[in-house]
Each structure stands twice: as structure tokens, then as C-alpha cells.
Design a protein around this ligand. Structure first.
Ligand code: NAG
Ligand code: NAG
Ligand code: NAG
Ligand code: NAG
Ligand code: NAG
Ligand code: NAG
Ligand code: NAG
Ligand code: NAG
Ligand code: NAG
Ligand code: NAG
Ligand code: NAG
Ligand code: NAG
Length: 736
């Protein structure tokens, strides 16, 4: 049961399928006969023509190589649009000189489902001739044409009724055959000489040109004319046929026939092929650019671009159609685009590379800064600043970048002073305040802790006669110390230089001496942690615009264990100011500063340099120079004449005496700085002579010896004294 049903279903689908396929011809159909192409829906063999209509069944006579429609109309060609052209014989009727018929032939042609085209004309040639064109079908129709003439007409070409008559053809679509039948109107023997026969035939419009003399005499030699038949598919319109039309699948379209019945097919614009086929011979895209028949109208063939269903006169990408002469040229902007693109690409790569490089460099620098910062004890400083006992410390930590900007990149023009131990720059901070930036030098990493301590200690000194330490920068290989900026040069410059205006009077000098002494006394005893300056000299005394002394160049000091009264250090200081005891023993206490101050005081009094090689050998050192003058009672010779004003000699003498006390060889014998300060202050205030006690207490205040000032900073002057440090510097190992 089930199997039967299945077979039934299969059979049904098979038929449905073959029905569909049968709409199309076999693939091996003969497509030509002689010179004539035979295309579907016409065919010359079984399964090759449109099966619903035997009129499309053509016959090919292989021996003659001729194609026939309905066995007797020889086919010339067939168009897809619905025309079939064939050879149409001439019908004739001839008469003898007596007017008796002498042979005739009336041709008839079968039409099948085809019909006569309006393109045909019914032609009759003859004098006093009449001919009929008859069509046979459900209704029989006849049309006729009459030509009269008694003498041969002369007009050639014209078929206007004189010797030749021509009429239109109107044929109902349902005729199955037609016939042409010529005859004579009456017994006309008079025309025999020039027109023995009457001719009648159908001919495609324009194919017959009447030649009066020859054609009237004998037209049979021509024998045939092209005849056009119209054909169409079925009897439905396109609308009625719908998707059952045999027009090939896509790109083929249906159109209603000019006949009264049926439809035809055509390829869409830009396609060629047989619109009745849906295989590879159906409508295919025309490659107008290569086709010789369907030519493109691009003026420059190179611009032609085929596309489905048409073509473009477009140029290759990157080329532009020049509409003035329809040719392609490389676009200008294309070059610009390429160039721009390349440039942008290149620049972007460059940018990225440089950005990466910059970032890497930046990181490297940052890493280096961090490394230096740690090396220079930055971490420790921060820790200590946040720890106890540093509440007064006001140390600003500057960045390397900030330092660089404030010194204009360590510009040469910003150098205030340069010495053996470093360089001092003038710096302008973002808030427009002016500072002095000094490169400090660290001996080795073991001193980092002490250096940091010293920075802390120095930052806590808040004395009007001390150059204030504002902060430091540890991100550089060599730490930078930032000080307040004092603008009027050093005491050394004022005394020995020619740069500055009016020389210092005795009052100035005495005040300066008092200020220095007071400052040192403060440092030795009053500062929160006792400090030994260790490099007191005129070059380290700065003067502000009011000629107020500012003690500078506190090297970063090292913290000394509190239980040590004296400290064994590497001898440092400036020759001429250097305590000989310290120099010889390496033992440092605050009396070394006293010695140095004594030399400074002598310098103030004499206006002479601490060391002068122009003086006699034994007087090269100022201490010796003054001492010998004192001994030989010729103090007048050595005192700067600028300070003597007639009534101050006693004060000068007293000051010299103080200086002498200060510069005693043995530290024990030198007065304390507080005493010196008091003495000088006394001179200044009372201006009376005081008896200066030769007796000084030898004891050292405990807290004075706590700290040493390491003169690790560069000098602010370039006097040449610094180089002497090298001579004076020697490492004295601690011999505890
Ligand atoms: C085919 O056409 C050629 C030239 O077009 C012609 O010479 C030849 O006679 C034709 N053959 C037939 C069978 O019509
Ligand atoms: C087609 O025509 C040929 C001869 O012209 C004939 O033998 C054949 O039977 C015809 N086919 C059909 C289906 O009429
Ligand atoms: C083909 O034409 C020749 C000569 O006209 C004729 O003898 C022959 O019978 C024709 N063949 C067919 C199949 O019509
Ligand atoms: C037309 O005339 C030619 C000879 O001129 C002849 O062979 C042919 O059979 C004729 N056609 C018909 C349909 O009679
Ligand atoms: C068919 O033949 C006629 C006359 O020989 C010619 O004018 C016409 O162009 C041809 N048509 C086709 C489609 O070949
Ligand atoms: C009659 O027709 C024959 C053949 O067509 C021709 O030879 C003869 O001359 C004709 N007779 C006359 C009187 O024209
Ligand atoms: C048309 O003519 C044919 C043949 O001459 C004839 O047999 C037929 O009866 C005619 N038909 C009509 C409707 O007159
Ligand atoms: C035609 O007319 C002539 C004289 O005019 C006559 O001799 C002849 O017999 C006529 N022929 C016919 C067929 O009537
Ligand atoms: C016939 O052809 C002539 C030119 O050859 C043209 O003027 C005329 O309109 C045509 N007639 C028809 C019905 O095609
Ligand atoms: C034709 O179209 C109708 C509706 O438009 C559809 O139902 C039918 O299946 C189609 N037939 C074919 C053979 O495509
Ligand atoms: C028919 O034309 C369309 C575009 O009009 C195209 O996409 C399609 O491929 C064409 N089909 C065939 C069979 O050429
Ligand atoms: C080329 O032909 C198309 C139609 O095929 C027409 O629209 C277009 O204007 C023509 N272009 C030129 C330059 O002749």
C-alpha cells in the first residue's frame, strides 16, 4: 500500500519535473541549417522546438542545406522578437498576343500559427492587371490591387498604379494560409508587346523597386522576394501567462506581441542571448567593452568597465575620468592622498617611536633620580623630618627638574662663584624668589647619614647673620643645597676687590667683626646643636645691601658623638685661616674657629690678605705680619689707613690685641667666641679702652664640641684660596 502510494507520488513529481524541463529544448539540438540559425522556440528536430505549437517545427533539407517553414517557405532568418523571414515566390498569369492565357502560377503558403506581417506589401505588376491576396481561416478575406495602363509607363521605382500597384497587408492572426492570384481586367491585346504577364507577390517593404520596362516585360527572372511572418508564443498575454511564460529565467522579460495574440521574450538591456532559453545560451551579460556588436560609448576604451547589465566609463581605481576628453588620468588628489597618507603614516611611526623613546628616557631619568635620591639619603631625610626633634627644621626638598629650571639649565651666566669644592648658581624659584644653589660634595656613601644630619641641623639655624639653608635637592648625583641669596658679595671682595664702591669704614668693620663673632659664638654655644664652622674666612662672609655680615659656607656638618670633646677628622679649611694646632693634630674643636676669626679680624684691621707672597718671607702669613709689627712697635705701618680716623687708635689697638689672642698657637690659650664677641661689642658700644684679660678659662663647654662643620661646600669666591685646601688636606686617621 505504502509503496504504491510512494510510487504514485514519485511519478507525479517526475511528471511535474519533466513538464517544467520540457519547456526547454534538449541541449544537443541542431541550431543551424545551412546559413540559417535555428533557435528555440523554433527547432528542426524532436524535443527542440516549442512543443505546444507545431508551427515551430521547421524542416531542414540537408541535401539543399535549406530551412523550410511548413515545408514550402524557405526561411531566411528568424528573430527573437517574433519575426520569421522567408522567400516568397511570385505568382503570375501570362497571355499570348490574342489575349489567351498562356501559362499561370498561383502560389499559396501555409501560415500555421504565424501571420503576415504589416511590414509586407502586396505588389501587382502589369497593365490593366488586377490581383487578389486571399487569406483563409475561420473567415476568408481578400484584398486586391488594380493597375491600368495603355502604354508603357516611364516612372521607375514608383509603384503608384501605373504598371505597378502596391497595397498594405492586414492579416487576421487566425488565418492558416494565404494565396496571391493575378489576372487581367479585360481582353487587352494592345499591351502584349510590352507586358505579356501579370505578376502578384508579397514583399517586405522596401525590397522591391519597380523597374517599368524590365519588370513589365518579365519579372519571373527575379522569382522571389522576402516575406515577413510574425510569430508569438501561445495566445496569452504576458500578464496572463505570468510565471508560466517560457521567457528564460532572469534577465529575460516578456512582452506582448504586436499581433493580436501571444507574447514574445527579450533580454534585458545589457544582456544578449536567446531570451527563450534559461541555460548558458539564455540572456547573458554583454561585455560591452570587448563586444564588437554592442559597443560601449566610452570615448577612451581604456575607461570602459563592464558591469552586469551594462558598463561604466570609469577609470581604474586611483584614476579619474576627465570628462573633457573622456580619458583616464591619474588623480592629482590621489597623489596627494598617497603622499599625505605616507607622510602621516611615517610621522605617526616617528611620533610613536619618539614617544616610546621619550618615555623610556623619561623613565631612565626618573629611575636615575630615584637612585641618586636614595644614594644621597633622601629616604633618610624624609624619615628624619617626620621623626621627633626636628620640629624647627624647615627643609624643603627640591626636585631635580625644579633646580634645572631655576638655574636655567645650570647656565654659565648663573654661576655666582666657582671653587675647588663646587659651584654656586643663582637660582630663581617659581615664586620669583632668588636663591643660591650650591653643589655639595659627599666624600663617600658612608657619610650620607651625617650629611643628612647636617642638612637638618643647618636648616634649624635661624640667625640673622647666618645665610639660611632653605632646602636641598638629592636627585642629582651631587646633592644641591639651596640657600637664601645674599646679593652684595663677600667680605673678601669688599676688602681686596675693586668691584665694590666706598671702602669699609672702621665702624663698618667693627660692626661686621662683632656680627661674625656673635654668630660664631651663637653657633658654638647657643644653637640647638653646637656647630663648628671650620672654614671661617672673609671669602665666606657675605654682605647684604646694608653691609650686614652673613656667615656662609657651612659645609654640611657631621654629627659627632656627644661624648667626644674633640674630633679627629680629615683636616679641612683654608690655608692662612687654618688653625695650626688642628692642622698638626687633626684634633678639631671650636677654638679652630676662633683662630680663623682672629685672622679675619686682622684682615679687617690691616686690609691685607691672610696669605700674601709679596710680603717678606717671614711675614707671608698675616698673623706673623701683624705679630712682628706689634713686636717691633710699628703697628701704624700695618693698619689699613682707611680705618684710622684720628680718635679710634685705642680701639684699633684693642682689636689687634683681640685678634692676637685669637690666633694664639695653642687652642687652650685662645678666648672663647662668646668672650671675643663680648669684647668687640664692648669696643663698639663704649668706644672706651677695656683691659683685656689674658686669662681665659681653658675649659670647653660640653655642648660646643658636639658637631663639626664640614666645609664641603664650594666657595662663593674665586680668590684662589681653595686650591690651598689641597695642600692643607690630609687624611688624619682617627687614632683613638
Ligand atoms: C551561405 O552564405 C554564404 C555567404 O553568406 C553564401 O555564399 C552561401 O551560398 C550560403 N549558403 C546557403 C546554403 O544559403
Ligand atoms: C515535425 O516535422 C517533421 C517533418 O517536417 C515531421 O516528420 C514530424 O512529425 C513533425 N513533428 C511533429 C511533432 O509534428
Ligand atoms: C531535399 O531537396 C531535394 C531537391 O530539391 C529533394 O529531392 C529531396 O526530396 C528533399 N528532401 C527532403 C527531406 O525534403
Ligand atoms: C518557388 O519557386 C522555386 C523555383 O523558382 C521552386 O523551386 C519552389 O518550389 C517554389 N516554391 C513553392 C512554394 O512553390
Ligand atoms: C534577416 O534577413 C534580412 C534580409 O536578408 C535582413 O535584412 C535582416 O537583417 C536579417 N535579420 C536578422 C535578425 O538576421
Ligand atoms: C506561351 O508560353 C510559352 C512558354 O511559357 C512560350 O514559349 C510562348 O512563346 C508563349 N506564347 C506566346 C504567344 O506568347
Ligand atoms: C473559405 O475558402 C475555402 C476554400 O476556398 C472554403 O473551403 C471555405 O468554405 C471558405 N470559408 C468560408 C467561411 O467561406
Ligand atoms: C479578344 O479580342 C479579339 C479582337 O478584338 C478577338 O479576336 C479575340 O477572339 C478575343 N479573345 C477572347 C479570348 O475573347
Ligand atoms: C515602407 O518603407 C518605406 C521606406 O522604405 C517607409 O517610408 C514606409 O513607412 C514603410 N511602410 C511600412 C508600413 O512599414
Ligand atoms: C507562479 O506564481 C504563482 C503565484 O504568483 C505561484 O503560486 C506558482 O507556484 C508559480 N509557478 C511557478 C511554476 O513558478
Ligand atoms: C541577471 O542580471 C542580474 C543583474 O541585473 C545579475 O545579478 C544576474 O547574475 C543575471 N543573471 C544571469 C543568469 O546572467
Ligand atoms: C552612452 O550611452 C548611454 C546609453 O547606453 C547614454 O545614457 C550615455 O549618455 C552615453 N554617453 C555618451 C558619452 O555618449
Amino acid at each position: 500500500m505504502k509503496v504504491e502510494r510512494l510510487i504514485l507520488v514519485v511519478t507525479f513529481f517526475y511528471f511535474a519535473y519533466t513538464q517544467l524541463v520540457n519547456g526547454q529544448p534538449r541541449n544537443d539540438c541542431k541550431t543551424s541549417c545551412g546559413n540559417v540559425t535555428v533557435e528555440y522556440p523554433f527547432g528542426i528536430s524532436h524535443d527542440c522546438y516549442y512543443a505546444d505549437d507545431p508551427s515551430f517545427n521547421l524542416t531542414c533539407n540537408e541535401t539543399e542545406q535549406k530551412l523550410f517553414f511548413r515545408r514550402n517557405l524557405e526561411v531566411i532568418n528568424i528573430s527573437h522578437s517574433g519575426e520569421l523571414r522567408g522567400w516568397n515566390n511570385i505568382s503570375y498569369a501570362c497571355y499570348d498576343s490574342q489575349g489567351n492565357p498562356n501559362g499561370s502560377c498561383y502560389y499559396e503558403y501555409t501560415l500555421g500559427s504565424l501571420s503576415l506581417s504589416h511590414k509586407n506589401k502586396f505588389n501587382v505588376v502589369g497593365c490593366n492587371a488586377i490581383a487578389l491576396l486571399s487569406t483563409f481561416g475561420p473567415q476568408n478575406y481578400s484584398t486586391g490591387c488594380l493597375s491600368t495602363c495603355n502604354s508603357p509607363p516611364v516612372a521607375n521605382g514608383d509603384c503608384n498604379g501605373a504598371g505597378c500597384c502596391r497595397t498594405d497587408v492586414s492579416d487576421p492572426y487566425d488565418s492558416y494560409k494565404f494565396e496571391t492570384r493575378p489576372s487581367r481586367l479585360q481582353n487587352m491585346t494592345s499591351v502584349y508587346d510590352f507586358n505579356p504577364c501579370t505578376y502578384a507577390f508579397l514583399a517586405e517593404n522596401g525590397t522591391f523597386n519597380f523597374n517599368a520596362l524590365e519588370d513589365l516585360k518579365n519579372l519571373r527572372h527575379v522569382s522571389k522576394f522576402p516575406l515577413v511572418l510574425d510569430w508569438s508564443i501561445g495566445h496569452q498575454t504576458c500578464e496572463q501567462a505570468g510565471n508560466t511564460s517560457i521567457c528564460g529565467m532572469e534577465n529575460s522579460t516578456c512582452f506582448n506581441s504586436a499581433r493580436e495574440t501571444g507574447y514574445n521574450c527579450k533580454c534585458l538591456e545589457g544582456f544578449e542571448g536567446n531570451p527563450y532559453l534559461s541555460n548558458e545560451h539564455g540572456c547573458q551579460d554583454i561585455d560591452e567593452c570587448t563586444s564588437t556588436i554592442h559597443k560601449h560609448n566610452c570615448s577612451d576604451p581604456r575607461t570602459c568597465r563592464n558591469k552586469v547589465g551594462g558598463f561604466d566609463c570609469k577609470c581604474r581605481s586611483g584614476y579619474l575620468l576627465d570628462t573633457t576628453n573622456m580619458s583616464c588620468k591619474l588623480r592629482d588628489f590621489e597623489w596627494a592622498t598617497i603622499l599625505l597618507g605616507t607622510t602621516i603614516g611615517f610621522l605617526s611611526i616617528l611620533l610613536v617611536v619618539s614617544f616610546v623613546q621619550h618615555r623610556m628616557k623619561h623613565r631612565k631619568i626618573a629611575e636615575l633620580r630615584q637612585k641618586f635620591f636614595e644614594q644621597n639619603g633622601g629616604g633618610m631625610l624624609i624619615q628624619r623630618l617626620s621623626g621627633p626633634g626636628t620640629s624647627n627644621a624647615n627643609v624643603k626638598i627640591f626636585t631635580e627638574k625644579g633646580m634645572k629650571t631655576s638655574t636655567n639649565g645650570y647656565d654659565k651666566s648663573r654661576i655666582l662663584g666657582q671653587g675647588g669644592q663646587g659651584t654656586v648658581y643663582k637660582g630663581i624659584l617659581p615664586d620669583n624668589s632668588i636663591v643660591a644653589i650650591k653643589k655639595a660634595r659627599l666624600g663617600d656613601n658612608s657619610q650620607v647619614e651625617q650629611f643628612i644630619n647636617e642638612v637638618l641641623v643647618l636648616s634649624q639655624i635661624n640667625h640673622r647673620n647666618v645665610v639660611k639653608l632653605l632646602g636641598c635637592c638629592l636627585e642629582t648625583e651631587v646633592p644641591l643645597l639651596v640657600y637664601e641669596f645674599i646679593n652684595s658679595g663677600t667680605l673678601f671682595d669688599h676688602l681686596h676687590g675693586s668691584l665694590f664702591g666706598p671702602s669699609l669704614t672702621w665702624e663698618h668693620r667693627l660692626r661686621i667683626a662683632v656680627e661674625i663673632a656673635g654668630t660664631l659664638a651663637y653657633l658654638h654655644s647657643s644653637a640647638s646643636i653646637p656647630i663648628i664652622h671650620r672654614d671661617v674666612k672673609t671669602a665666606n662672609i657675605l654682605l647684604d645691601e646694608n653691609l650686614t655680615a652673613k656667615v656662609a659656607d657651612f659645609g654640611a656638618s657631621r654629627l659627632i658623638p656627644m661624648d667626644k670633646e674633640q674630633l679627629t677628622t680629615m683636616v679641612q679649611g683654608t690655608l692662612g685661616y687654618l688653625d695650626p694646632e688642628y692642622y698638626n693634630t687633626g684634633l678639631l674643636n671650636e677654638k679652630s674657629d676662633v683662630y680663623s676669626f682672629g685672622v679675619v679680624l686682622m684682615e679687617l684691621l690691616s686690609g691685607q690678605k691672610a696669605l700674601c707672597f709679596e710680603r717678606p718671607l717671614q711675614s707671608k702669613h698675616l698673623v706673623h705680619y701683624i705679630a712682628s709689627a706689634m713686636k717691633e712697635n710699628r703697628l701704624h705701618e700695618v693698619i689699613d689707613e682707611k680705618v684710622i680716623n684720628g680718635n679710634n687708635w685705642k680701639e684699633i689697638e684693642e682689636a689687634v690685641r683681640v685678634a692676637m689672642e685669637c690666633t694664639r698657637v695653642t687652642g687652650e690659650e685662645r678666648p672663647l667666641m662668646t668672650e671675643v664677641a663680648a669684647k668687640l661689642e664692648g669696643l663698639r658700644v663704649t668706644k672706651t679702652k677695656h683691659q683685656w684679660s689674658d686669662q681665659y678659662p681653658g675649659e670647653v663647654t660640653e655642648n660646643l664640641v658636639g658637631v663639626e662643620i664640614l666645609s664641603a661646600q664650594g666657595d662663593t669666591s674665586s680668590t684662589g684660596y681653595d686650591s690651598i685646601k689641597n695642600v692643607a688636606s690630609m687624611h688624619m686617621e682617627a687614632g683613638r
